[in-house]
Write a protein that binds this ligand. Structure first.
Ligand SMILES: C[S@@+](CC[C@H](N)C(=O)[O-])C[C@H]1O[C@@H](n2cnc3c(N)ncnc32)[C@H](O)[C@@H]1O
Length: 256
């Protein structure tokens, strides 16, 4: 799948220089024997992570369309192509990551539609996808539920692969449909659905905003119209798009 960099020493030299120019890389991808992020703090990332959850995705994506939101350097778009995906649209809001993905897609001859676009502007794509990847972006957003709503309203057609950093109690809690106003104990339960708000930085990163616990992640998915079909690793979810469930209908207008 790699282009033939090895045959032409100057091409390999140019490749190494370009990889360095575009550093730092969050995705470690090996191109013609050169690793883009060999010293990654998470190890061989995201390959090690992918190996932990790849079994929850259909093996055969023959001809299915994929939208990769927050594609970064394109690791997951490449893996979807390896599973036979058809049309791939990959978006990211950061121009440096778009440049990295451009290099990677070119090196692997991946024919993907790569665009600098924010998740908040998804409506401008004007199409829906069989599989949406929404991996590692949720907790980087100041408006995470808006993003899920926009995915549901404008681009999802069937499956969504979702990952979020999680912190706090990992217990899965059964949430009641309603609670009396006077009932305050459930809020003292650390497993109650929670989005931990980061006012300043987490892990030296000022783009971390809301880090949910497990119940919080799962409640957010359900309430945005994504039924959880499979779960792995422990913060990756394969979801199927359904009608938004429990939004309260406004009362009918009063006849005058
Ligand atoms: C932690 S990385 C995850 C990358 C990749 N999806 C993965 O799971 O390995 C977060 C990515 O989301 C992108 N991102 C952050 N805010 C975004 C936004 N509003 N719209 C689109 N992409 C965004 C970042 O530029 C970055 O590439």
């Amino acid at each position: 799948m790699n282009k033939a960099f090895d045959d032409i020493p100057s091409a390999r030299h140019d490749l190494a220089r370009r990889i360095e120019e575009l550093a730092p890389w969050f995705h470690n991808i090996e191109i013609a024997g050169i690793q883009t992020a060999p010293g990654h703090m998470l190890g061989d990332h995201p390959r090690d992570k992918w190996n932990q959850f790849q079994h929850i995705l259909p093996r055969d994506l023959e001809g299915r369309s994929v939208l990769d939101i927050g594609c970064n350097a394109g690791f997951f778009s490449l893996e979807m192509k390896r599973r036979g995906a058809g049309r791939i649209v990959a978006i990211d809001s950061d121009p440096r990551y778009i440049a990295q993905a451009e290099l990677v897609f070119d090196a692997f001859n991946l024919d993907a539609d790569l665009r600098r676009l924010s998740v908040y502007d998804l409506a401008s794509l004007g199409e829906r996808f069989d599989l949406v990847l929404f991996m590692g972006v949720f907790y980087h957003l100041r408006h995470p539920l808006l993003a899920l709503d926009l995915i549901h309203e404008h681009v999802a057609d069937d499956l969504m692969l979702f990952q979020t950093l999680q912190r706090g109690d990992p217990t899965q809690l059964a949430i009641p449909m309603d609670m009396a106003f006077s009932l305050t104990d459930p809020f003292d339960n650390p497993a109650f659905p929670r989005f931990n708000f980061i006012e300043n930085r987490y892990a030296e990163d000022p783009t971390n905003w809301f880090i949910p616990n497990r119940s919080g992640s799962e409640a957010a998915l359900r309430s945005s119209g994504f039924a959880i079909e499979a779960h792995a690793d422990p913060d990756v979810y394969l979801c199927r798009m359904i009608e938004r469930p429990q939004w309260v209908e406004p009362p009918p207008p009063i006849a005058v």
